[in-house]
Design a protein around this ligand. Structure first.
Ligand code: LMR
Length: 400
């Protein structure tokens, strides 16, 4: 019955790794997926994660029981504190419904399914461009996806005028997806002043903010600074959704661990929302996995481990910043035509190089450099020993 099924294309991001794995060149370099690598080009398991895991396995009460539908309570509590701030009035007033989900994607999907069922507006505005999975997540949940202007290729910075015009023209009540920090793929974030304008504009039109926070700690190296955008919206007392991922900031990619928090106007509403989230989750995957949540809860609830985590996180963020500087210096030294200062101005895991799909294809076929066709490179996948190879490839692509 499936004889006529067609071959589906590879995912635009994860498919880059599939192609990379098939390449036998010793010089190959994978700058596609946003996954942190050490200076030696190896995946990194944080020391604090290893310690938490040791503690977990040495605990004779280690459980493999089902978690509740909403996940591990300690994990949910500390995740809400991490994103909203431990002194958040919304938390103190029990106005937050938090559920453990399958990393950022799962949190966005559960939030989207909830909005489709219980919110009167079904249009979501996402930035242009945005992470390739965003439109699919929201469409599959039955929301109608529109875009707002975000990135200006001419300045390689924020199109703040365009953004304001598009949000002003959005139907009142629409949902708006915002990247909490380290915008993927552009690495371009609004300033705090611009965030304040966005907040005022959105609140005046009753637009509902849905934050995707996949890089807390990666943009600036500070967990608090990288949550400022979300906290500004929560401080005004209005509603807000936030999807959190621990893939990058704890290196727990394959554990699929994240959380969805919905900030509401009263404890009573929060209780009811949580009860409805359970009805969304149960038929989807019943209840979430226990291991990743236990690791995160162990780290977030132990003062010393939390501190050690922030040190390791800062080291990862600093290494990425140093890669930016080294690549920028290499491009300047070569005299590659064009202004490459966006490499050091953009923040977070990615540089949106401005290279076009033909140039990207050339870099892959001639230099074995793998990246997404939109010209995004993962700075977290680069190491000092590969900077020359990458800058050679970029120079050749631009000047050929
Ligand atoms: C990325 O953008 O590379 C990451 O968020 C990984 C993914 O799942 O796409």
């Amino acid at each position: 019955v499936f004889a006529n099924i067609s071959q589906a294309p590879e995912d635009p991001i994860l498919g880059v790794t599939v192609a990379y794995n098939k390449d036998s060149s010793p010089h190959k370099l994978n700058l596609g997926v946003g996954a942190y690598r050490t200076e030696e080009g190896k995946p990194l398991v944080l020391d604090v994660v290893r310690r938490a895991e040791k503690l977990l396995v040495s605990d004779i009460s280690l459980k493999k029981e089902y978690l509740p539908i909403t996940g591990l309570a300690d994990f949910n509590k500390s995740s809400a504190k991490l994103i909203l701030g431990s002194d958040s009035p919304a938390i103190q007033e029990n106005r937050v419904a938090t559920v453990q989900c399958l990393s950022g994607t799962g949190s966005l999907r559960v939030g989207a399914e909830f909005l489709k069922k219980h919110y009167n507006q079904h249009t979501i505005y996402i930035p242009s461009p945005t992470w390739g999975n965003h439109p699919k997540i929201f469409m599959m949940a039955g929301l109608s996806v529109k875009t707002y202007r975000y990135y200006d290729p001419a300045t390689r910075g924020l199109d703040f005028e365009g953004l304001q015009q598009d949000l002003s023209a959005a139907t009142s009540g629409s949902i708006v997806l915002l990247h909490a920090c380290a915008h993927n793929p552009t690495g371009v974030d609004p300033t705090l002043d611009q965030w304040e304008h966005i907040r005022k504009l959105m609140r005046s039109k009753g637009l509902l903010p849905f934050f995707d926070s996949a890089y807390q700690g990666f943009a600036s190296g500070s967990l608090d600074a990288d949550a400022q955008s979300v906290r500004m919206f929560v401080a005004d007392g209005g509603e807000c959704l936030a999807a959190q991922s621990y893939a990058k900031n704890m290196g727990l990619y394959g554990e699929r661990i994240g959380a969805l928090s919905i900030v509401l106007t009263s404890a009573d509403v929060a209780r009811k929302v949580e009860s409805q989230l359970k009805l969304v989750i149960r038929p989807m995957y019943s209840s979430p996995p226990i291991h990743g949540a236990s690791i995160v809860a162990t780290i977030l609830n132990d003062r010393e481990m939390y501190h050690d985590w922030t040190v390791e996180l800062k080291a990862m963020a600093d290494r990425i910043i140093s890669m930016r500087k080294q690549l920028y210096d290499a491009m300047c030294a070569k005299g590659t035509p064009g202004d490459w200062s966006h490499i050091i101005k953009q923040i977070g895991m990615f540089t949106f190089t401005g290279l076009n799909p033909e140039q990207v294809a050339f870099m892959t076929s001639e230099y074995h450099v793998y990246m997404t066709s939109d010209g995004r490179i993962s700075m977290a996948g680069l190491s000092s020993s590969k900077v020359t190879h990458l800058s050679d490839a970029m120079h050749a692509a631009v000047t050929r």
